[in-house]
Design a protein around this ligand. Structure first.
Ligand SMILES: Cc1cc2nc3c(=O)[nH]c(=O)nc-3n(C[C@H](O)[C@H](O)[C@H](O)COP(=O)(O)O)c2cc1C
Length: 511
């Protein structure tokens, strides 16, 4: 404990010197949102059964919709619900990471790459000073049905306590702590479902405990700051610490504390935390849930259930709920597109692939899961094929991503208009599309029939670059000559236009 106290003291100093970037918990996040005019408080009484989610869905048809905090419900529950805490808003993404709120998309991706390379280990605080321990209940005293768990969509299998959550499990062999966002359907006062898609680390940890004939200990936090949420939903290597990565983004270690009944830490500043165990012989019908694809994910099926042993919470806790829906209403719209792009780019850099100019996982493509566009300056025969296959299997893109598109360096991958132009003028479908089969995907992908074909997926690697063999002969595209552009840009306001002269994707360079 001594060393944890020292680490904490060091971090207090770091905070005073302004190094901390992220909000440490939901309450600090609410203050930040308020300060930036990014929070709408809804004090009218709403029904947790589909009305709250309908309001959220309708309000978030615009990319710049604010975060929504609901505080009164048609039934007697304890707590509030924060929804759309990130959503499609680039501004809130920047706020969450302490970046300039008016940063361009490319700058946000570049800054995210830098921040993601940093690691700060969690720090432990004493249980008595952990805010989450304001209320601690054990055994029969726990009643999770008193928390404001919404039902989002008409055909959802039930109320979901866990959507904007983080789940901790441990690998029993190595002791590595995994942190991930998994959905949790409420089955009863002390029973919560835990769905893990095949291959996810929480499910692998669970199976490893069961293989030893032991129940799997699990901790889930339901009211968390946006950085824990973001990091929990990113794919990291099996032995990489998501919590160290969260600390790197936050600019200080995530605060953890000892749980009340299990040998697993709990997030000290969360709003609501449960401790419980998963047993091999115990399952309940779970799902479906309206998902990030904009469809109900998978069929109702028996899934493991957490037997809840203890509940920790703050007074009047804030449950963070994540609406999964078509863009721009999906909670992971902006964040996922930016962070995934940064991580794919970083993987290419780490492998030493030259010439990469940008990467973008467009949010409207199933909230950033469906498509990744990479732009490169072609430097050798086979360069494009190398980039396409590496992107397809990089840790951040291997799951789901169906469309991997390479474009030349005169095409901005964040601009769909330019990407469609490249696809339509530089790609010859019969020659330029390769298919990878039996790739890592998910039962949530509605396109595969029969259902038994899931969860394998396939990926199209699309070369929308000028053919390398004919680079010299390839027709020139129409571009403004550089000196003419510069002259016009200088005269922009004289010509009666307001604002800066537009930047162009490419210019005609003099011979
Ligand atoms: C709101 C939300 C809900 C999610 N629900 C699930 C889920 O129920 N099961 C699952 O396997 N992945 C789910 N995910 C995706 C995982 O969080 C993500 O793939 C993460 O990387 C898994 O971590 P892991 O690789 O450590 O298992 C969800 C993501 C979000 C944003």
């Amino acid at each position: 404990m001594e060393e944890f106290a020292t680490t904490l003291a060091r971090q207090e100093t770091a905070r005073e010197s302004g190094e901390r970037r992220g909000a440490r918990d939901v309450r600090e996040w609410l203050e930040r949102l308020d300060g930036a005019g990014e929070l709408k408080r809804i004090d009218a009484e709403v029904d947790l059964d589909q009305e709250l989610s309908a309001i959220a869905y309708m309000a978030t048809q615009r990319e710049d919709a604010p975060a929504l905090l609901f505080s009164r419900f048609t039934e007697p529950v304890e707590g509030r619900v924060l929804i759309n805490m990130l959503g499609a808003s680039r501004r809130r993404y920047a706020l969450a990471l302490g970046l300039a709120v008016n940063s361009s998309l490319s700058d946000l991706i570049a800054e995210t790459r830098k921040l993601l390379s940093q690691r700060v280990a969690p720090v432990y605080v004493a249980p008595e000073s952990a805010p989450v321990n304001e209320i601690v209940l054990k055994g029969e005293d726990v009643d999770l049905t008193r928390l404001p768990a919404p039902k989002f969509w008409p055909a959802d299998g039930g109320r979901y306590l866990g959507t904007g959550d983080i789940t901790f499990t441990r690998d029993p062999s190595s002791g590595r702590l995994n942190a991930a966002v998994y959905r949790g359907m409420l089955h009863g006062p002390r029973r919560v479902g835990l769905y893990t898609s095949p291959g996810k680390h929480g499910g692998l940890d669970r199976d490893a405990w069961w293989a030893r004939g032991e129940p799997c200990p699990v901790v889930v936090a339901y009211g968390i700051d946006p950085i824990l949420f973001m990091i929990g939903a990113q794919v990291f290597g099996a032995q990489e610490s998501e919590l160290d990565a969260a600390g790197g983004l936050m600019g200080e270690g995530v605060q953890l504390t000892r749980g009340a009944v299990l040998d697993l830490p709990i997030p000290a500043r969360a709003e609501i935390v449960i401790e419980g165990t998963l047993h091999e012989d115990e399952r309940e019908e779970e799902g479906p849930l309206g998902e990030f694809t904009g469809y109900y994910g998978g069929a109702r099926a028996p899934q493991p259930v957490i037997q809840v042993k203890a509940l920790h919470m703050r007074r009047n806790p804030v449950l963070t709920a994540a609406l999964m829906a078509r863009y721009p209403s999906c909670e992971i719209g902006a964040y996922y597109a930016i962070m995934r792009s940064a991580r794919i780019w970083e993987s290419l850099d780490q492998l030493g692939v030259p010439g990469i100019r940008g990467v973008y996982a467009h949010p409207a493509a199933a909230s950033g899961w469906g498509m990744a566009v990479v732009s490169l300056k072609q430097q050798f025969a086979g360069h494009v094929a190398q980039v396409l296959s590496l992107v397809a299997q990089s840790p951040a893109a291997a799951y789901y991503t169906k469309w991997i598109i390479a474009v030349d360096d005169d095409v901005d991958p964040t601009d769909l208009n330019q990407v469609l132009w490249a696809l339509s003028t530089r790609c010859h479908p019969s020659e330029d599309i390769d298919i990878l089969r039996k790739t890592w995907s998910t039962g949530l992908d509605p396109s595969q029939f029969p259902r038994e074909a899931r969860p394998y997926g396939s990926k199209a690697l699309i070369d929308a670059c000028k053919p390398h063999r004919y680079l010299k002969e390839f027709p020139q595209s129409t571009m403004v000559r550089r000196d003419v552009y510069e002259r016009v840009a200088r005269r922009w306001s004289e010509l009666g236009f307001t604002g800066p002269a537009p930047r162009l994707p490419a210019l005609h360079e003099p011979e």
